[in-house]
Design a protein around this ligand. Structure first.
Ligand SMILES: Nc1ncnc2c1ncn2[C@@H]1O[C@H](COP(=O)(O)OP(=O)(O)OP(=O)(O)O)[C@@H](O)[C@H]1O
Length: 361
């Protein structure tokens, strides 16, 4: 699909604005009482790209987006859009379209009337309401009451509202919530097409899988802190495969591997050894030399979601039930939880500085 631009006539940026549509977040912090929702956060969202803003529940995404949109004041740091803070934009509604929640509709007002009210408030002609309904695939539902809309339809109507001013920048909080698979594919095409016109898209999500095919770049949050900023391709190249080993003498094999210079050896919950940074031939040779029978070797290649979980591990305190070293087996040096291979949420020793609001994944 393509994103057409049938919107109102473009407005010229003021001298203060550079017109780029670039979002620059610099050393941004926000506290709520004792809660550090966002701490010293910096990143850039470039025009012409879809940037994913990722993190588990309570990691500070919404707080950051609200600061980007000037809805709350930072405790420290700054955010600019096209070189100026949101409140200094000459035409905020024509520069930035945002969806932070999908509840703000009058239930008895039709989708079309809802859009017309917002169009009037932003100085946009009425006819734009029908254009944006068509853009989001809601033309046939325009005269229906928004109160009867499904979650997915409300998402589309929110997006339509954000598009009224034909903005240069789109900021969307969890826009795929409630969309069915077809809706997700549609949204992906829409956002990519929008970005390809040189515009800026910042889209939050709590799961990488939901947006991995949509975004070009990622900013990943954990406990209010940025833990990754880069392209999807760079994230992919960080993946390190590992080998899982079962043998007749796990303690002996562990010692032999360490003696042979294999540094990254951990013990899994089921007693297997997990070795990163060594190939099966090397491991087989070390075992043969130590005269230890190998009962099984499996090569594992983590997927992107696992890499993401590893980045955000430690967001929540507490370990899953049953976690602990294997019984009857002394923990050798380097014992620790597996790193980056499907660690479940909250996996790992307590290290969270605060509890999140929930743990939905
Ligand atoms: N108005 C507020 N008052 C007090 N604490 C708040 C407020 N807003 C957010 N927080 C806290 O700040 C932290 C970050 O919340 P935020 O909503 O930004 O996270 P999030 O990543 O958007 O989470 P979710 O995916 O669940 O929406 C949480 O601990 C939250 O409880």
């Amino acid at each position: 699909m393509t994103y057409a631009q049938p919107g109102p006539a473009p407005v010229a940026p003021t001298a203060r604005e550079n017109g780029s549509g670039r979002i620059v977040v610099q050393n941004l912090s926000r506290q709520f009482g004792s809660v550090h929702a966002v701490s010293d956060l910096s990143f850039v969202v470039h025009p012409g790209t879809v940037t994913g803003f990722l993190g588990p529940n309570g990691s500070g995404k919404t707080t950051t987006l609200r600061m980007v949109l000037g809805l709350i004041t930072p405790s420290a740091g700054s955010v600019t859009i096209s070189g100026v803070p949101f409140h200094r934009l000459a035409h905020p509604g024509r520069t930035v379209g945002a969806v932070l929640d999908t509840q703000g509709f009058h239930p008895r007002r039709s989708a079309r009337d809802h859009l017309r009210v917002y169009a009037a408030a932003s100085g946009v002609p009425d006819a734009r309401a029908d254009q944006v309904l068509e853009l989001v695939g809601l033309s046939s539902a325009g005269r229906r009451k928004a109160g009867a809309f499904s979650m997915g339809m409300r998402q589309r109507l929110s997006l339509a509202t954000a598009l009224l001013g034909d903005p240069q920048v789109l900021v969307l909080d969890e826009p795929s919530n409630g969309l069915d698979p077809e809706g997700i594919v549609w949204l992906r095409g829409f956002l990519q097409s929008f970005a390809r016109t040189g515009r800026t898209v910042l889209v939050s999500s709590h799961g990488l899988r939901e947006i991995e095919q949509t975004v070009d770049s990622l900013v990943v949050m954990s406990r209010g802190v940025r833990v990754y900023e880069g392209t999807m391709a760079e994230l992919g190249s960080r993946r390190r495969s590992r080998v899982l080993l079962r043998s007749a003498d796990q303690v002996g094999l562990h010692s032999a591997l360490v003696a042979a210079g294999t540094r990254d050896v951990t013990v899994l919950e089921d007693g297997r050894l997990a070795v990163t940074g060594a190939d099966v031939q090397h491991l087989g040779s070390v075992a043969l030399e130590a005269r230890i029978a190998i009962w099984g070797m499996t090569e594992e290649h983590p997927d992107l979601e696992q890499e993401f979980l590893q980045l955000t591990a430690g967001q929540y305190t507490g370990a899953p039930p049953g976690y602990g070293p294997p019984q009857g087996y002394g923990a050798p040096p380097g014992y620790g939880p597996p790193q980056g291979y499907g660690a479940p949420p909250g996996y790992g020793p307590p290290q969270g500085r605060h509890q999140g609001r929930g743990q939905s994944w």
